[in-house]
Design a protein around this ligand. Structure first.
Ligand code: PLP
Length: 361
């Protein structure tokens, strides 16, 4: 007999909704009477075009994307966007502002330096990224091509609880680990990107939402495959797109819509994260790593007083079907990633196991 599914707290690739996996399995060898798997279809076929169009339009609908913005899909995950963003946008003025609030925003800033002048508008390195800078702390350049920040810091377990005000400077946000988890006012952003392997689909691509007027400013040596303007003009099919990822994203989006859209996802993320943080706040053994006002509702980082006990917790939790709780090496301790597809019972089980572990230690 197959082993039962576990509660998978992995930061990414992450748990996908079971009904989505079951639907994909049922269509694996013969998609809607086409006689073939979605994996085997030409991306130029009518049947695939319908899958593509439906996925794109559902994403627009759920995120309430205004007509000023385009939705595109690109390969290479979020890291590809660390390069694609500056190569396409920094040419506007030659300068870009970056807030460094974790590992990934640091990597994004480092990559951008290859293409222009990068100004670090804020950094939380001094406290090992346990907090988020306030609006007042942001040192903004009035002539920046854009301001880049990472909305949710997957490794450190912090999340911006406000949208930075940058005046007329376009906002660019890496939303890899919190996209689709709550409503977002897309009209405030010049560009939003997300590696899909947390809240959207299997790993291997990024969803990008870009204000149309920002495309077309790419540096002259920009590889065509990285060029936002070409990608928009070719409707994400300049070359063969990651067809199966897009299909899986479509199934996930239908699932999100069926549950009530982003307002419902928001309620669920509040329920899941409060359960964990309320427990951590009352615990004698465990404590949260992030400062309370910066806490992420997607990635909860916590630890005990000793590395040995942390390791024992991770091991014992795993034997209870609560897996992938080891924290990232930059933070240590534990991390529970509780994306949209994590059932509330998964968090209930985790909290009750933490209670047991605390009593025993
Ligand atoms: C917030 C954030 N940005 C960027 C990345 C890098 O994504 P990818 O591995 O898709 O390049 C990650 C990966 O976990 C992430 O969490």
């Amino acid at each position: 007999m197959a082993q039962e599914r576990v509660y998978n707290f992995s930061a990414g690739p992450s748990v996908l909704p079971l009904p989505v996996l079951e639907k994909a399995a049922s269509e694996m060898t013969n998609f809607e009477g086409s006689g073939m798997s979605v994996m085997e279809m030409s991306h130029r076929s009518r049947v695939y075009q319908d899958i593509f169009d439906e996925t794109k339009s559902l994403l627009k609908e759920l995120l309430n994307v205004p007509d000023t913005h385009e939705v595109i899909f690109m390969q290479g995950g979020a890291t590809f966007q660390f390069a694609a963003v500056p190569i396409n946008l920094i040419g506007l003025t030659g300068i870009a502002d970056y807030a460094v609030t974790g590992n990934f925003s640091g990597l994004a800033a480092k990559e951008a330096k290859k293409y222009g002048t990068v100004h670090i508008a804020a950094s939380t390195e001094g406290c090992n990224h346990t907090r988020i800078p306030s609006q007042e702390e942001l040192e903004l350049s009035p002539d920046a091509s854009y301001f880049h920040y990472c909305a949710n810091n997957t490794i450190f377990g912090t999340e911006w609880n406000y949208v930075p005000d940058t005046g007329s400077v376009p906002l660019v946000s890496d939303c890899s680990s919190n996209i689709l988890s709550c409503p977002i006012d897309v009209s405030k952003y010049g560009l939003i990107y997300a590696g899909v392997q947390k809240n959207m689909a299997p790993a291997g691509m990024a969803a990008v939402i870009i204000r149309r007027d920002l495309a077309g400013h790419q540096l002259p040596f920009t590889p065509t495959i990285m060029d936002y303007k070409t990608t928009i003009d070719k409707d994400s099919m300049y070359n063969t797109p990651p067809t199966y990822n897009i299909y899986m994203l479509g199934l996930v989006l239908k699932w999100v819509k069926q549950l009530g859209g982003l307002a419902a996802m928001d309620e669920l993320r509040n329920v899941r994260s409060s359960m964990l943080y309320d427990f951590l706040d009352g615990s004698q053994l465990f404590h949260g790593c992030a400062q309370p006002e910066a806490r992420s509702k997607m990635n909860v980082t916590f630890r005990t007083a000793s590395d040995e006990l942390d390791a024992q917790f991770v091991k014992e939790a795993s034997s209870h079907g609560l897996v992938n709780l080891k924290g990232h090496r930059l933070v240590g301790g534990m991390r529970a990633s509780i994306y949209n597809a994590m059932p509330v019972e998964g968090v209930e089980k985790l909290v009750s196991f933490m209670k047991e572990f605390e009593l025993a230690h």
